[in-house]
Write a protein that binds this ligand. Structure first.
Ligand code: HAM
Length: 426
């Protein structure tokens, strides 16, 4: 027998029950974003590799070792998007959405990173991303955070905590970087290979290391908060005041540095204690320099992305959303060639009335058809046989309650079922 082809490691199928759960959660997310005036933008999944080099940064894990990049048939260097911010900025510049304008945008879809797969970390994963352009004040940083907090409430999530930090401006960060390198260089003996490499390429990322052998060293490292410029500090203080005013709890984590280079000032992460090692459900921050860096006019911007695999996981754990429900309301059984033909038309007419209808296929004895009807989750079965067709009638059987089978005219069927299903008043 031929060996079946399997999915690529770290890329998962979403089977119908799961897909239904996902859709419901996505719709809740999108509903909250809409309530804050955010509008959808749809972006390509493939972009020029150069876009990510210039935005995420040459010496980040993503660009150095995680991108799915390839040359297409023209020899152009392309990459499957590892995240959405860069593409959104590219589209905003290209379509004239950003200059001197305020934009509140969201997108949703698959992202690709060649990471080592484990629970909560995949090679194809999904994000809902949000980007706000044209606003430099901390109010928009606060809005983004408050919006996510509202979303967790809507989903019934409580076990999720906010961490915030400020990275200052690139200039103030450069001064801090020098201090940090001096500090780490005098303690290099304890370093692992990764940290040694980062010391020259991206020393701030050492603060993010999960290596327990380095935790003492990192805890005693100079703090970025002591080195940032006054304006960034004032921005951060104002953000904290706004969050306090809204009654939102947070923890300032001076070691929160993020894995993408474009951030300036505010960064934040929402972390769940239910997810094990891959605990960050939502992450983002301000990136005031990126639009200009990618060839646009200077434009302040901030945003975040939610990892949907992780969000769906914690929604399941907290039982915040009910398990899948059966969308099918009516199952049409059909006995005989005429009933099969007319049954399809009848089902169409019922769908025209807004009902979710499943038609029997591949024949079978009535008993078998009714078994399938039961398994489908439908509330009512419509029974069509030669006799019914002859007289323009249909029989209706309640599959969920013990009641006498009804026979009524096909013309009256839609109204009857709608009433019985509680869709129209009795
Ligand atoms: P990020 O921190 O790289 O930020 O990703 C955001 C979220 O996507 C993470 O917190 C996590 O929930 C999810 N995620 C990332 N990688 C994986 C993976 N391999 N498997 C499963 N989930 C994953 C960004 O992508 C930025 N573009 C966010 C942003 C938008 N900043 C400003 N605007």
């Amino acid at each position: 027998m031929t060996k079946p082809i399997q999915a690529i490691r770290g890329m998962n199928d979403l089977l119908p029950d799961a897909a239904q759960r996902w859709r419901r959660i996505e719709q809740q997310v999108i509903g909250v974003l809409g309530a804050y005036g955010y509008r959808e933008i749809r972006l390509p999944i493939v972009e020029q590799t150069e876009l990510y080099r210039r935005s995420i940064g040459e010496v980040t894990d993503i660009v150095e070792k995680e991108m799915y990049s390839f040359a297409d048939r023209n020899g152009d260097n392309l990459t499957l998007r590892p995240e959405g911010t860069a593409g959104c900025v590219r589209a905003g510049i290209e379509n004239g959405l950003l200059y001197n304008q305020i934009q509140r945008l969201w997108y949703c879809g698959p992202m690709f990173r060649h990471e080592r797969p484990q629970k909560g970390r995949y090679r194809q994963f999904h994000q809902v991303g949000v980007e706000a352009f044209g606003m430099s004040g901390p109010e928009i940083d606060a809005e983004l955070v408050l919006m996510t907090a509202r979303l967790w409430r809507a989903l019934g999530l409580t076990d999720i905590a906010l961490e915030i930090n400020t990275l200052g401006t690139p200039h103030s960060r450069a001064g801090y970087r020098t201090r940090l390198v001096d500090y780490f260089e005098s303690h290099q003996a304890a370093f692992d290979d990764d940290s040694r490499r980062r010391l020259t390429t991206n020393p701030l990322r050492i603060l993010d290391s999960k290596n327990p052998a380095l935790s003492g060293l990192i805890a005693a490292a100079p703090s970025l908060l002591d080195h940032i410029d006054d304006e960034s500090r004032a921005h951060f203080e104002r953000l904290k005041t706004l969050l306090d005013g809204a009654g939102l709890r947070y923890r300032v984590n001076p070691r929160l540095v993020r894995g993408l280079d474009y951030y300036t000032r505010t960064v934040f992460e929402w972390v769940s204690s239910q997810l094990g090692a891959q605990a960050t459900v939502c992450a983002g921050g301000r990136y005031d320099g990126l639009v200009e860096q990618l060839g646009g006019k200077p434009t302040p911007a901030a945003g975040f992305a939610i990892g949907l695999e992780r969000l769906v996981e914690i929604c399941g754990l907290s039982q915040a959303t009910s398990p899948t429900d059966a969308p099918v309301q009516v199952y049409v059984t059909m006995l005989g060639e005429r009933a099969e033909r007319e049954g399809l038309a009848l089902a169409e007419a019922l769908r025209d009335r807004g009902l979710a209808v499943l038609c029997n296929s591949d024949g079978g004895a009535l008993k078998n058809q009714l078994k399938r009807a039961d398994r489908s989750g439908a509330t009512f079965a419509v029974l069509l046989g030669e006799d019914e067709c002859q007289n323009g009638l249909a029989s209706v059987k309640n599959l969920r309650a013990d009641e006498a089978q009804q026979q009524l005219s096909q013309a009256a069927l839609g109204a009857y079922l709608r009433r019985r299903l509680g869709l129209d008043p009795a």
